[in-house]
Design a binder for this molecule. Structure first.
Ligand code: PHE
Length: 453
C-alpha cells in the first residue's frame, strides 16, 4: 500500500555537481569544525593531535566517504534500504545504527546550536561590549542554568531545520547550502586573517602544527579518529544518503576529495581564528567545551570592533550548524520516506518532533538534570556526544568499511568510481585502502582504547 501521491520512484536529485558538493561540504562543516575541533585540540595539546587527525582523514575518512557515496548512489536508498538491498540479514543493522545515530546526534546538536543562536542574539544586542570582561563568562553560566532559554533556542533551531528539510532535496537542502556555505567561507577567511595578524598568531600557528608526540596517548588517538568521522559526517549514512541523490555522471572521488579538503581547511582556519585571540590575551587553550562560548566572548568584549567580530563569529557558527543539522535530519527522513513510504512533510515533522523530545534531557543536562551522570562523570548531553563520537560512528565506520571492502561486489565499487571520468588507478588505491588499511586502523584504535594492548 504505497502513498497515492508519491510514486515509489520519486526521490530527490541534486541539480548539479556543485549542488552536491555544497550540500556534502555543508554536512561536513559544522559545530565539529568550529566548536569542537579547537577545544579538543586544545585539550589534547595541539600539534601531534592535529597531525594524527589529518592522517585519519586521509587514510580512513576519505576512502570511507567514497564508499558511502558509492553505496548510496548505487542503491538510491536510505541507509536501511541500501544495506537491505545489497545484502540484507545482519548487515541491515548497519543501516539501522545510522538512523539511530542520526537521532542521537541531532538531539544534542540542536541544543549546542541553540547556544550559538543565543550568542548570536546577544552579539546583535551588543551585550559583549556592554559588559566588563569579568562578567562575560557568567553569561554562559546564565544560559546553562536557564532550562527555559535552552529549550527555547533548541526549539527555534529545530523548527528552522525542519522548515529547510521539508523543502526537499533541491528546493530545501541544496538551496539552503548554496546560500549559507559561501557566506560561511567569507566570514571564516576574514576572521582567520584577523587572527593571524594579531599578536598571538605565531604562537597559535606553532600550537596547531608543532607536534609533541608524548601527548598522543590512546584516548587522544580515539578522540582524533572519532572526530575525523564526526567532522566528515561519516559512519552513519549521511554521506550515503546524500550520495543517493547524486547524478550518474558525477565523479565520486573528486567530490569526496573536494569535500574532505574543504572540511579540513575550515577546521584549521577555525583554529587559526580562535587560538591567536586566546593566546594574545594570555588565556588557556585547554578551556574545554566552553572555549567558544566562554573564553572567546571575553575577548570580544575587550577587542576593538568586538561586537562586529562577535556577530560574524556566531553567524558563522549558526550557519555551520544548520547545514549539518539538515543532513542529520535527512538521514531519518529518507528512512521514513523510502522504507515506510511516508510523504516528506509527514516524515520531516514527525522526525523533527521525536528528535526534539530526545534532546530535552540534553537541554536540561546543565541544570535540572545536572546530577544525572550517564557515562562516567558526564552529564546527559556530554554522554550522548561521547557515545556517538567515540563508539557509534567508529563502529559504524568500521562496519561500512568492511562491507565495502569484503561484501560489496568489487564490480559495483569499480563501476561507481569510474563514472564521470574516474581513473582506474584511483579505484585501485581506494580498494586497497578500504579492504585492508582502513578496517585494520579503525579496529586497532578501537581495541587500543578498550585496553587490549
Ligand atoms: N559533520 C558535522 C560537524 O562537523 C556533524 C555531523 C555528523 C553531521 C554526522 C552529519 C552526520 O559538525
Amino acid at each position: 500500500s504505497h502513498h497515492p501521491q508519491v510514486p515509489q520512484h520519486f526521490r530527490g536529485r541534486w541539480s548539479s555537481r556543485l549542488g552536491f558538493i555544497m550540500a556534502a561540504a555543508g554536512s561536513a562543516v559544522g559545530l565539529g569544525n568550529i566548536w569542537k575541533f579547537p577545544y579538543i585540540t586544545g585539550m589534547h595539546g595541539g600539534g601531534a593531535f592535529v597531525l594524527f587527525y589529518l592522517f585519519c582523514i586521509v587514510a580512513i575518512g576519505l576512502p570511507l566517504m567514497m564508499a558511502e557515496m558509492v553505496i548510496g548512489r548505487h542503491t538510491r536508498k536510505d541507509p536501511v534500504g541500501a544495506f537491505k538491498r545489497l545484502k540484507g540479514g545482519g548487515w541491515t543493522l548497519v543501516g539501522w545504527m545510522g538512523v539511530v545515530a542520526g537521532f542521537v546526534i541531532l538531539s544534542y546538536y540542536c541544543v549546542v546550536a541553540g547556544w550559538a543562536v543565543d550568542y548570536l542574539w546577544l552579539a546583535l544586542k551588543g551585550t559583549f561590549s556592554h559588559h566588563h570582561a569579568d562578567q562575560v563568562p557568567q553569561l554562559f553560566g546564565d544560559l546553562l542554568t536557564s532550562d527555559l532559554s535552552q529549550l527555547f533556542w533548541q526549539a527555534i533551531f529545530m523548527v528552522t531545520t525542519v522548515m529547510i528539510v521539508i523543502g526537499g532535496v533541491k528546493g530545501g537542502l541544496e538551496r539552503a547550502n548554496k546560500i549559507m556555505m559561501p557566506i560561511l567561507f567569507l566570514i571564516l577567511l576574514a576572521l582567520a586573517g584577523y587572527g593571524l595578524i594579531s599578536p598571538g598568531g605565531a604562537k597559535a600557528f606553532q600550537f596547531l602544527f608543532a607536534p609533541d608526540w608524548s601527548k598522543l596517548n590512546p584516548p587522544a588517538m580515539l578522540e582524533a579518529l572519532g572526530h575525523a568521522f564526526f567532522s566528515l559526517s561519516l559512519g552513519m549514512g549521511a554521506m550515503l544518503t546524500y550520495g543517493s541523490y547524486a547524478d550518474e555522471d558525477i565523479n565520486i572521488p573528486k567530490v569526496a576529495i573536494t569535500v574532505s579538503v574543504m572540511d579540513t581547511l575550515v577546521a584549521l582556519l577555525a583554529g587559526l581564528a580562535i587560538f591567536p585571540i586566546v593566546f594574545s590575551y594570555g588565556m588557556a587553550p585547554a578551556a574545554g567545551p566552553g572555549l567558544v562560548f566562554k573564553t572567546l566572548p571575553i575577548l570580544f568584549s575587550q577587542m576593538p570592533g568586538g561586537t562586529l567580530i562577535a556577530i560574524l563569529f556566531f553567524l558563522l557558527l549558526v550557519f555551520a550548524a544548520l547545514t549539518s543539522a539538515i543532513s542529520l535530519l535527512e538521514v531519518v527522513v529518507a528512512y521514513y520516506c523510502d522504507e515506510l513510504k511516508w510523504d516528506r512533510s509527514k516524515a520531516t515533522l514527525i522526525a523533527g518532533a521525536l528528535i526534539f523530545v530526545l534532546g530535552v534531557p540534553s537541554a536540561l543536562s546543565n541544570n535540572m538534570l545536572k546530577d544525572w551522570h550517564l557515562i562516567g562523570s558526564r552529564n546527559f548531553l556530554d554522554s550522548m556526544d561521547f557515545m556517538s563520537t567515540n563508539y557509534l560512528l567508529p563502529l559504524g565506520g568500521l562496519l561500512i568499511t568492511l562491507f565495502a571492502g569484503w561484501i560489496l561486489t568489487p564490480k559495483v565499487g569499480r563501476e561507481e568510481l569510474l563514472k564521470g571520468g574516474g581513473s582506474q588507478r584511483f579505484y585501485r588505491i581506494w580498494f586497497f585502502l578500504i579492504r585492508y588499511v582502513s578496517p585494520i586502523l579503525v579496529a586497532l584504535v578501537l581495541l587500543n582504547k578498550i585496553g587490549l594492548f
